[in-house]
Design a protein around this ligand. Structure first.
Ligand code: API
Length: 295
């Protein structure tokens, strides 16, 4: 049943280590998802201003998740479509999929959820502590999978002054290891790598540096066109590339720490990668269905 009896639509705001998302039931009538996302992800006038929430790190979002719940299955399924602040869609979002699983668990009472994404179906487990583990497929280095306009895999090759390794963890990532991620001027170097010709579909740009118990991470995200506080596919990319480059001995789980918090990653040799981390429900509100008509 399509629910568009009135001008506004209900939304829930979730975040996974501060990578934050507006969640909309996909049954709701939204005339133009592009203008909905570009309007309400805005960090100054976006979602949250309807609730007089004024700290910039809560207003707006890193994307809108349109979620279609299919409760007749066991475990229940949720079909996830991510529309990002620039209006683009992406095949996968690790933190977004974790939020989608938490939302579906809240709706159904289930603790196991199948999340259907454009990168494939991903099994998720919602734990009693509120954290969510999601399967992330097998990281791919083949140029056809990243994709790359490069004949072979891009492994520690010089690009824009950095030693870059490219991997697809549901979406393309350019991964660079440095001594200290805090020394990177990400807003400057991010776009030059994000739009490098070798990435025909662009790439997210993930810097990593060793930490006491794993790696620190910073990511400049395609579609956000800026640094986010956390990136799940980026965290998996860090571990996958670290293993490929021999920076990691075989270990069950690695802690990767973006600015927004800690994520636990596993990249086994013979099974899908997994991503685990906290998920928080921030607030709920109402937004105009068709902001383009309210100009
Ligand atoms: N910006 C990404 C999608 C979201 C990835 C990120 N938020 C995550 O948690 O994986 C892209 O356009 O490929």
């Amino acid at each position: 049943m399509s629910l568009h009896a009135d001008r506004t639509v209900s939304y829930e705001k979730y975040h996974g280590t501060s990578n934050d998302f507006i969640i909309i039931d996909a049954d709701e009538f939204i005339p133009n998802r592009y203008s909905f996302a570009t309007t309400y992800c805005d960090r100054t006038n976006g979602a949250g201003t309807d609730l007089d929430i004024d700290e910039d790190d809560h207003v707006g979002a890193d994307g809108v998740l349109f979620l279609a719940l299919e409760e007749k299955y066991s475990p229940p399924r949720v079909i996830m479509t991510l529309v990002q602040p620039d209006g683009s869609t992406a095949a996968m979002c690790g933190n977004g999929a974790r939020c989608a699983a938490a939302w579906a668990a809240e709706q159904t009472g289930a603790s196991e959820v199948m999340v259907d994404t454009q990168a494939g179906t991903r099994h998720a487990t919602v734990h009693d502590d509120g954290s969510v583990t999601i399967e992330m497929g097998v990281p791919a280095f083949d140029p056809r999978d990243v994709p790359l306009t490069h004949d072979g895999p891009l492994i520690e090759e010089e690009l824009e002054g950095f030693s870059v390794t490219a991997v697809n963890t549901g979406v393309p990532h350019a991964v660079i290891f440095v001594d200290d991620v805090d020394d990177v001027d990400l807003e400057t170097v991010g776009p030059t790598l994000r739009y490098a010709d070798v990435f025909p579909e662009g790439a997210n740009v993930t810097f990593a540096s060793p930490s006491e118990n794993g790696f620190r991470q910073r990511t400049y995200e395609r579609g956000v066109e800026g640094e986010t506080q956390s990136c799940g596919t980026g965290a998996v990319a860090v571990v996958a590339v670290a293993k490929r480059l021999g920076r990691l001995d075989d270990c069950e789980s690695v802690t990767v720490s973006p600015p927004g918090g800690d994520l636990e990653i596993s990249v086994p040799d013979d099974a899908p990668a997994t991503l685990r981390g906290p998920v928080d429900h921030e607030f709920a509100g109402e937004l105009g269905r068709d902001p383009s008509s309210e100009l």
